[in-house]
Design a protein around this ligand. Structure first.
Ligand code: UDX
Length: 475
């Protein structure tokens, strides 16, 4: 049956894999509910249009043709927010002349906080998408009002609990830490991504049942409707690839030849980098554990090296058929494969949701930001992951054996099987994610197509100042 699409939704994703993926998945969910979907994206890391013929795409000139923004530094993220303002505004003005009141709202990734200013000026309602866990956002908004209560800290405090943030320790502070303190610029940036401005609601790639207490606390803070409708990758009716890198599908044939629950999948996500010393310790830990493994070594992920050439000489020959190394895997398919018995992960939020959804227990090796919070929840609250305490070959070997072979590993597996059942329940008709999705659709459908005139804003959207106007308003 052909659906008559009356309302359009404009999506503004942040152009890094772990952010682009959930936004495109959300687009597919909204499309399946009868909305037209327009994706306004940066030229950098543009999505593959052919995977989404049902969407309309608009490329914003981000000015990054000559700058390397492969790492999302604060400077790069602020520039992106500044550069895209005029392009988004001009595009929306033209589009609104054409579609008029059919534009229901803009949904933007909270890292693309410039959208709030543009939308406020044009009086278009916005909804913020958080691609992070509620626990991470909660940790940030708890620290912001009194950073002096947390920083600077002493080396001796690293394993002490962070006040009001159980189960986090000082070593899990989810910001960029230098000399045991967090630079003001880093705090300021995170304040900007936590500020939802005049948005009328927030969407979360999480489950109400999984993060209920955090979501409740956040809702008290933000005072707008919350729609936790995750995990998106399972709520999408028809999954299309969202990968920015080419997936090496040959690893699936290799997995087909392995015994059930025998393989450790190793991946540190789309952004994290490690040094060659860690690569070598990981290689020996994997080799000495004698467990089969599938290891993603992403190009550029080893500082100072192109790819896997920093591996010990003769490593791949020595491992032979027992191990497989690829540059990028079809991760969701890998995790769903019956041969996979564990996931050695950096604890990115997407990876964590994908792993729990396929009942795969984890070894947690967080690297930056939200990953530190996610790892603590995995190991201390949900108890479906084992912490890798030291990056050293014997510890890596023992931790792999613990997860894959020990009684403790079996208990971890049982808990993740139970967690998966909760996800299945949330996604069924009457489940929380389904119910919240229905509420979200009803909410968007009745949004006033034009908001009342905004109150004057300090820091107009045309400002060429590199600080976001949202930050200016807050100060
Ligand atoms: C970072 C943050 O850590 C994360 O929490 C935040 O929400 C987004 O940015 P990233 O390093 O991209 O994340 O990790 P993650 O959130 O796990 O996302 C990585 C995505 O890439 C996953 O969807 C995963 O399936 C995919 N992937 C990874 C592949 O498809 N193939 C691979 O080989 C590796």
């Amino acid at each position: 049956m052909k659906i008559e699409r009356k309302q359009s939704v404009v999506l503004v994703p942040c152009p890094y894999q772990g952010h682009l993926t959930p936004m495109l998945q959300l687009g597919s969910i909204l499309y399946s509910q009868g909305f037209s979907v327009i994706v306004a994206h940066t030229q950098y890391n543009a999505p593959n249009y052919s995977n989404y013929p049902q969407f309309v795409f608009h490329s914003m000139d981000d000015g990054f043709q000559v700058i390397d923004i492969s790492f999302p530094s604060l400077e790069n993220l602020y520039s992106m927010n500044e550069n895209c303002k005029v392009h988004l505004r001009d595009y929306l003005v033209t589009m609104m002349e054409e579609v008029g009141n059919e534009l229901a709202c803009i949904v933007y990734d909270n890292v693309m906080f410039f959208v709030d200013d543009v939308a406020t000026q044009l009086k278009v309602p916005t909804i913020v998408l958080s691609t992070f866990s509620a626990a991470f956002t909660h940790s940030m908004i708890t620290i912001f009002p009194q950073p002096e209560k947390y920083f600077p800290f002493e080396d001796s405090q690293l394993l002490d609990p962070l006040p009001d943030l159980h189960p986090l320790r000082y070593k899990d502070v989810p910001f960029f830490v230098i000399n045991n303190t967090v630079p003001e610029a880093a705090l300021e940036f995170h304040r900007a991504i936590c500020d939802i401005g005049s948005s009328v609601a927030t969407i979360w790639n999480t489950m109400q049942d999984l993060e209920s207490s955090m979501l409740l606390r956040l809702q008290e803070h933000y005072k707008v409707p919350f729609f936790p409708i995750g995990p998106f990758h399972k709520m999408v009716p028809l999954a299309s690839s969202t990968s920015l890198l080419e997936e090496d599908n040959s690893c699936i044939e290799w997995l087909d030849r392995q015994a059930p629950n025998s393989v450790l999948y190793v991946s540190l996500g789309s952004l994290a980098t490690i040094d060659d010393k860690e690569l070598i310790e990981t290689a020996w830990g994997l080799a000495n554990s004698e467990q089969p493994f599938l290891w993603v070594i992403r190009p550029g992920s080893i500082s100072g090296f192109q790819c896997a050439e920093a591996l010990p000489d003769g490593f791949e020959e020595m491992i032979g058929e027992r191990g497989r190394i690829v540059k990028w895997a079809p991760q969701k398919q890998v995790l769903a494969h019956p041969a996979i018995g564990g996931f050695y992960t950096h604890c990115g939020w997407n990876s964590m949701l994908e792993s729990i959804s396929e009942q795969v227990p984890m070894i947690c090796r967080p690297i930056i930001a939200d990953q530190l919070v996610n790892a603590r929840y995995l190991t201390q609250i949900y108890k479906v992951g084992i912490e890798l305490e030291v990056i050293e070959r014997t510890v890596i070997e023992k931790t792999i054996m613990k997860l894959m072979l020990s009684e403790e590993g079996k208990d971890v597996k049982k808990r993740v099987v139970d967690m998966k059942q909760n996800i299945v329940a949330a996604m069924q008709i009457g489940g929380t994610s389904q119910k919240n999705l229905k509420d979200l659709i009803d909410f968007i459908s009745v949004l006033p197509s034009r908001l009342p005139p905004p109150t004057p804003v300090v820091g107009a959207i045309m400002s060429s100042n590199h600080t976001s106007s949202k930050c200016i308003r807050e100060s």
